[in-house]
Design a binder for this molecule. Structure first.
Ligand code: RIB
Length: 332
């Protein structure tokens, strides 16, 4: 592979002159410029992106830091980010932080060295000093956002979504609705729990023990449903804080011989593709996952290109997608 030195040698000029031609900074006379361009073409020289970053130019690379790549919600986000980035001429570097602040800090250091043009973070652990460490690197936060007023945040209407789930379960005839909630350090899970609580707190059947902790994975839902049904065998509707937990809940109910949706109707949250694969297919409160990823990318690129940004909170609408897990015979 040809280097900048090879180009300089063939063109009979200095490396600094080649660099000036590539980066279009500083004066180079027409004749020299042509010699350099011809040498570049002849050697098929491709300027290194990091070298461009070192020269203060953009590298055409953005990073996407996700908390859990094994949860289908996040690859679906990544799909959108990549599509949108590519259509604007950017490449995406994907990092999985396992929701660990220490890993995120490490990535920040590594990514800075790669002279990336901007970062999209789906992070719960991002702290003020991380943002400071990023310096001038443009940043957008997606879905999970511990802080506000530092950069734009794109997420969906989590609280409204929870209320929509409760309303739907009531409309299909459920008389006692429980909630399996996600980790409360996550703003998304917290908002869904408070939405549920607001929607049910005035009903005589409500008791705080109908809110059972889970974590955003299938086994989280499976364990929580066992605990829930042992305490409240008369529950007939479950709103799970994400689709994976809802899938786990259906699995647990099946194991206990409880029929879905006849005995217990189940509604999830997210709208991942997997909801169409389960038996019964899962009713869910769908976040506009693709739109969230695409919007985050557009906002970031605008910030990269213009160097300015109006700090905004974008809260996107959620929709109910009804499937068989809540389609009951006695549906009103
Ligand atoms: O399923 C993963 C969950 O974590 C999603 O609901 C998303 O909103 C996030 O916070």
């Amino acid at each position: 592979m040809a280097t900048i030195r090879d180009v300089a040698k063939l063109a009979g000029v200095s490396v600094a002159t080649v660099s000036r031609v590539i980066n279009k900074n500083g004066y180079v006379n027409k004749e020299t410029e042509q010699k350099v361009t011809r040498a570049i073409e002849h050697l098929r020289y491709e300027p290194n992106a990091v070298a461009r970053g070192l020269a203060g130019k953009q590298t055409g690379t953005i990073a996407l830091v996700l908390p859990d790549i094994s949860n289908p919600f996040f690859p679906e986000v990544a799909r959108a980010v990549e599509d949108m980035a590519q259509s604007h001429g950017y490449t995406v570097i994907l990092c999985n932080s396992d929701d660990q602040g220490s890993k995120e800090k490490l990535y920040i250091e590594v990514l800075k060295k790669k002279y990336i043009d901007g970062i999209i973070f789906a992070s719960n652990t991002l702290e003020q000093d991380d943002v400071e460490r990023l310096g001038k690197v443009p940043l957008v936060v997606l879905d999970r956002a511990p802080m506000s007023n530092i950069c734009s945040v794109i997420r969906s209407k989590n609280q409204e979504g929870a209320k929509l789930a409760v309303k739907h379960l009531q409309e299909v005839g459920c008389k006692k609705i429980a909630h399996i909630y996600g980790p409360q350090e996550l703003v998304t899970a917290k908002k869904r729990l408070s939405g549920y609580e607001e929607a049910v707190k005035e009903f005589s059947w409500f008791s705080p023990s109908l809110m059972v902790p889970g974590f955003f994975r299938i086994d989280g839902g499976l364990r929580a449903v066992q605990e829930l049904m042992s305490k409240h065998p008369d529950v007939d509707g479950i709103f799970a804080g994400n689709d994976l937990m809802a899938i786990g809940a259906i699995k647990g109910l099946n194991r206990m011989g409880i029929r879905v949706p006849k005995d217990v109707a189940v509604c999830g949250f997210d709208g991942i593709g997997l909801t169409e694969v389960t038996e019964p297919e899962l009713t869910t409160i769908a976040q506009p996952i693709y739109d969230m990823g695409a919007l985050a990318t557009r906002v970031l690129i605008e910030k990269i290109v213009t160097g300015t940004e109006e700090i905004k909170l974008y809260e996107l609408d959620v929709t109910l997608v009804q499937r068989d897990s809540t389609r009951r015979v006695n549906e009103r």
